[in-house]
Design a protein around this ligand. Structure first.
Ligand code: 0O2
Length: 273
């Protein structure tokens, strides 16, 4: 096939990967903005290289005209989660989205591959708007934990190095490492709620501090300098205590002061008019 034609075929896949990354990253942001724990930790994506597509077609005896239907991972997105439990939540999010139609799910977590590979794959149909109109393309979403990702990245590099014939002694080590990742993921799950609590309170603290700073910033136009300095000193003292409840109380008090100033300023303008 002519190079130009490859480019034309792969172009919508490039767009799909970009769009999917933006959408999943937005989900992380939405969770964080609402002070919620995000089941997605990181998102990456890639369009399969032409040589990798050709290799797969050769291996699976796929004809050129069947390529777009049978090579399901031309567009690939990888979602990394902190805990195994998060994977099901991400799959549920994908199943419920109106812009993604699930074609197939492959659970290599319950059914680990012989190699030791663990990951949850969801093949979706995804609509792309092009100059020629809407085109539904396929994309493969791989969902896995940080541990599973660590293992598969290393194993993938070794497959590449040994051209898919990894020596037995290295295979054995990889099998042992895969077992260790299962234990690690299980161990991390037992402390999941503690880790989630810690991350949630950090998020809450960040959003409280940001709101307090915005209110103080707005007060610069309304309050007198002496009072502002008092408020700032008070804020630093409370911030040092590292106590969410005290920060919440301070924010409520600050809001009350700000409201008072706003009311005063409205009254003042009214008198002037
Ligand atoms: P690349 O370089 O990542 O694009 P099959 O060849 O039948 O095993 P199939 O039918 O394409 O694979 O679907 P499957 O099994 O869901 O695998 C698709 C992708 O999952 C692979 O793409 C890999 O990215 C990943 N994967 C599957 N098995 C393994 C494994 O044993 N080790 C690692 N590291 N990754 C795996 P590609 O096209 O093989 O490779």
């Amino acid at each position: 096939m002519e190079i130009q034609l490859w480019k034309k075929i792969l172009d919508p896949y490039e767009l799909a990967v970009k769009e999917l990354i933006v959408k999943f990253e937005h989900l992380i942001q939405e969770h964080r903005q609402q002070g919620l724990y995000s089941p997605i930790e990181q998102v990456t994506g890639r369009v399969k290289s032409v040589s990798s597509i050709l290799n797969k077609m050769k291996k699976k005896k796929i004809a050129m005209e069947e390529m777009e239907e049978k090579v399901e991972d031309i567009a690939g997105v990888r979602i990394i989660c902190q805990f195994v439990e998060d994977i099901e939540r991400v799959v549920e999010i994908i199943r419920n989205r109106s812009d993604m139609e699930v074609k197939e799910e492959r659970d290599y977590i319950t059914n680990m591959k012989e190699s030791g590979y663990r990951s949850y794959h969801v093949i979706i149909y995804y609509p792309i708007e092009t100059l020629e109109g809407m085109k539904k393309i396929q994309a493969e979403i791989q969902i896995r934990t940080l541990g599973m990702n660590f293992w598969s990245t290393i194993e993938h590099s070794l497959q590449y190095k040994y051209e898919k014939n990894i020596p037995d002694h290295i295979r054995e080590r990889l099998t042992k490492a895969a077992d260790a990742i299962i234990v690690l993921d299980r161990e991390m799950s037992t402390v999941r709620s503690e880790i989630m609590d810690a991350q949630n309170s950090l998020l809450l603290q960040e959003s409280l501090v940001s709101e307090i700073l915005t209110t103080i910033h707005n007060l610069y136009h309304l309050a007198n300098k002496r009072e502002l300095l008092k408020i700032q000193d008070e804020f630093y003292k409370i911030y040092e205590l590292n106590d969410i409840e005290q920060l919440k109380r301070f924010q409520r008090e600050l809001d009350r002061i700000a409201q008072g100033y706003r009311a005063q300023s409205v009254e003042h303008k009214g008198i002037k008019n």
